[in-house]
Design a protein around this ligand. Structure first.
Ligand code: SAM
Length: 289
């Protein structure tokens, strides 16, 4: 099916059958098929520049900060000393931008499978790809699952900023990956993975939480409002090796001056805490939280 018709991009996919989000496109900036996926960059009328992989919206200029700030700051601010951080995926650079600006973070490692996403983001999405310019960031092009096998007890926080669970990203939502991440963490480490929306597929969200729970005793789920994601909602599955840490209560709290200085537009301590409050049907469906 052609997802670009009469100047509108429609996010038609089997991942969320029977519904789609559409954006009016002013210009197609770039289109190609990489070794791993189809890549589209478009300029839209109201959401600015948009990155689309395999016909699924990854991020838009207008609302990307909501997702990037929360997937980064929830695990980092819940950790007492988040010095070494690993990002898996995140080829647009937005999570690298957020993680690297945190004063406690000293080194950031990132493994992204598709070098073309990185190259095109540097060229067309500099407001996110500026994350790669930080001297803290060390980028490797490769498969996150394979990378994890070769790293033991090295990271304080692992953030999986993955595309949805199709193609190369499937392995990043399953139980063996959580086992590998556990091994790659230092004591007290925290993982935070893109965890889909309970409005779209609560069974899939529960399966990812359960996969995490097989290896982490302290597991939680948080979510954010981001209009360009399906149903305007996106979740994060979080696991911590330290059972005594309350993931919803950040140990690191920024003042308003610090939030301004670090250019936070979505994240605050209040938002961090509220992200863990779920509607009743979701709480019941994900009940072992
Ligand atoms: N914020 C986005 C979302 O939730 O839709 C994700 C953005 S980021 C562009 C997702 C990245 O994950 C893509 O660049 C993709 O190439 C990368 N990716 C997918 N599978 C991967 C894997 N196995 N290892 C490393 N990176 C992977």
């Amino acid at each position: 099916m052609d997802n670009l018709v009469k100047g509108w991009f429609s996010e038609i996919t089997d991942l969320w059958p029977g519904q789609c989000f559409s954006l009016k496109v002013n210009k197609v900036i770039h289109e190609e098929k990489s070794e791993f996926q189809s890549i589209k960059l478009v300029e839209t009328e109201t959401y600015g520049r948009v990155l689309i992989l395999d016909d699924v919206i990854q991020c838009t200029e207008r609302d990307e900060f909501g997702y990037q700030e929360l997937i980064s700051m929830i695990p980092i601010c819940a950790h007492p000393n988040p010095e070494r951080v690993l990002i898996v995926g995140g080829g647009d650079g937005g999570v690298a931008r957020e993680v690297s600006k945190h004063p406690a973070v000293k080194e950031v490692y990132q493994v992204e499978i598709d070098g073309r996403v990185v190259d095109l983001s540097k060229k067309y999405l500099p407001f996110m790809a500026c994350g790669f310019e930080s001297p803290k960031v060390n980028l490797t092009i490769g498969d996150g699952f394979e990378f994890m096998k070769n790293h033991k007890e090295q990271f304080d926080v692992i953030i999986t900023d993955s595309s949805d669970p199709v193609g190369p990203a499937v392995s990043l939502f399953q139980e063996p990956y959580f086992q590998l991440m556990k091994n790659a963490l230092r004591p007290g480490g925290i993982v935070c993975s893109q965890g889909s929306s309970f409005w779209i597929d609560v069974k899939h969200v529960k399966e990812t939480i359960d996969a995490c729970g097989l290896h982490f005793k302290n597991v939680s789920y948080a979510c954010a409002v981001v209009p360009s994601y399906p149903c305007g909602n996106i979740g994060f599955v979080i696991g911590c090796l330290d059972e005594n840490i309350d993931l919803s209560d950040p140990v690191q709290k920024f003042t308003n001056e610090e939030l301004d200085k670090l250019n936070f537009r979505y994240y605050t301590t209040k938002v961090h805490k509220a992200a863990f409050v779920l509607p009743r049907f979701a709480e019941k469906a994900l009940e072992n939280l």
